[in-house]
Write a protein that binds this ligand. Structure first.
Ligand code: PEP
Length: 253
């Protein structure tokens, strides 16, 4: 953690919870985290639960995120959701390029970039996900993969908009597997991302950028991760689905 960057803890609920279950989770979470002032708390339910969660968290210290969006304004894109639709429901953030979207739904660095640009242009903040597979890491391609994902993902995004970007480093081999990157491994990649952003923009932008770690973060390992200088938050899947667990994680010491 760096005192100049506000920690950001986000819960990615993935394809879990019906609308009424989501309402219940958000409602139970609210009082458990209401005392948290120095951290940003973001909830990313499914599209079908955005409205209901938006109502529950109105006036609390939690903000709403979507898990995906389309890069066009509107039109003949059956099954897709636009930035404007998300804003209308009270979303402040959108997760872009999660590895599950890259892995199962054909998202590429190019589509990630298009979505990020559209999100920012429309006034959403973007959580842009990057991360290497185990095969890429073992083949010594970690730096190459992360550098490419960051460079292409941020292509043509002007300095003014970068303030509304959070990068989530999520090694694919650590997501939902119970295998967390060690704090050292995670910090090393966060530092690499910050260096890359420095070369693409400048030192001030790089120092201001928040970089979350994601991959089997739990109440047990969050403090050690957050103690590292380049780790500014966590993107949390499984451990965000239970109010007590996520609240404990958010309240890490
Ligand atoms: C995620 O959803 O981005 C994630 C990191 O999942 P988990 O915490 O379950 O590994």
């Amino acid at each position: 953690m760096n005192p100049n960057r506000k920690p950001i803890l986000a819960g990615n609920w993935k394809m879990n919870k019906t609308s009424s279950e989501a309402r219940d989770l958000a409602a139970k979470l609210a009082p458990l985290v209401s005392g948290v002032k120095d951290r940003e708390i973001v909830l990313a339910p499914t599209f079908t639960s955005l409205q209901t969660v938006s109502e529950v968290i109105k006036g609390t210290n939690m903000v709403l995120a979507a898990q995906n969006m389309h890069w066009e304004d509107k039109g003949a894109f059956t099954g897709e959701i636009s930035a404007e639709m998300l804003l209308d429901l009270g979303c402040e953030y959108v997760i872009i390029g999660h590895s599950e979207r890259r892995q199962y739904f054909g998202e590429t660095d190019d589509t990630v970039n298009r979505k990020a640009k559209q999100a920012l242009k429309k006034g959403l903040s973007a959580i842009l996900c990057v991360g290497e597979t185990l095969a890429e890491r073992e083949a010594g391609k970690l730096n190459e993969v992360i550098s490419r994902q960051v460079t292409v993902g941020l292509k043509d995004i002007v300095t003014e908009y970068i303030k509304k970007i959070v990068i989530a480093y999520e090694p694919v081999w650590a997501i939902g597997t119970g295998k967390t990157a060690t704090p050292e491994q995670a910090n090393e990649v966060h530092s690499l991302i910050r260096q890359k952003v420095k070369t693409l923009y400048n030192a001030e932008v790089a120092q201001g950028l928040r970089i979350q770690y994601g991959g089997s973060v739990t109440p047990e390992n969050v403090s050690a991760l957050m103690a590292k200088p380049d780790i500014d938050g966590a993107l949390v899947g499984g451990a965000s689905l239970k109010p007590d667990t996520f609240a404990t994680l958010v309240n890490f010491k």
